[in-house]
Ligand binder design. Structure first.
Ligand code: CA
Length: 235
């Protein structure tokens, strides 16, 4: 058993109805020093997420009371930043895309290896840590000041929260200011996904981001579409 003081243990919520999988996950995660709670329905899972405030959620797609996508959407509405990893028997690319569109951070297909799942959880935590330690930087996009450490964008008295992925997209576009970044590159570098035949995920994401950032989202001035190629940032 890893020896981590109680107060520093990361909390993982498992929303899954198959007892064997829950048992296996619980054993492995506790062995790694994580604090684990499990719920067997979407409704109970959402309640537990609200009350317990987990650091990461593992979410099964096929739950007895609800479909995991809807549970994911609800979780995301209430907490924009908690990492959500979807567990599912479905392997099709379209499911993966749909999962990411409703706000999941990662995806593992059953039967998955627990070691691989734990590696992904740790990778998410490392990314978060790296982000909060290296990024007290802030940068401007139009009238907004993006604060990477606080996950916020600010203009005068208005402050909006940025999700993990929104910030990552803005950072990548900013690193390459005035250059075109392709959808495939965004998908790969930000979401860690291989280029897929449909890059709608990225497009939908950009639409939402513009809604937050652009004065007139129909005539964006900062996140520009480079037709047939990708996107570029004009700060
Ligand atoms: Ca299930």
């Amino acid at each position: 058993m890893a020896e981590t003081p109680e107060a520093e243990r990361r909390k993982i919520l498992v929303i899954e109805d198959e007892p064997d999988i829950v048992r296996g996950l619980r054993d492995a995660l506790e062995f790694e020093g994580f604090d684990v709670q499990a719920r067997g329905t979407g409704g109970e899972g959402i309640m537990a997420a609200m009350e317990w405030g987990p650091d990461c959620v593992l979410l099964d797609l096929m739950l007895p009371d609800d479909n995991g996508y809807r549970v994911c959407e609800t979780l995301r509405k209430r907490d924009e930043t908690v990492p959500i990893i979807i567990l599912t028997a479905k392997a099709q690319e379209s499911d993966k895309i749909r999962g990411l569109e409703v706000g999941a951070d990662d995806y593992v297909t059953k039967p998955f290896s627990v070691a691989e799942l734990i590696a992904r959880i740790k990778a998410i935590f490392r990314r978060q840590q790296r982000m909060s330690s290296t990024t007290d930087e802030s940068f401007a996009i139009g009238p907004w000041t993006i604060n990477a450490r606080k996950h916020t964008m600010q203009k005068g008295r208005a402050t909006k929260r940025l999700t993990f992925y929104e910030l990552e997209v803005l950072k990548l576009l900013r690193e390459r200011s005035e250059e075109t970044v392709s959808r495939d590159e965004l998908l790969e570098k930000v979401w860690g996904m291989q280029a897929s035949p449909t890059s709608r995920t990225v497009d939908n994401f950009i639409v939402k981001l513009r809604r937050k950032l652009e004065e007139d989202q129909k005539n964006p001035r900062h996140i520009l579409t480079v037709y047939g190629l990708g996107y570029k940032l004009v700060p």
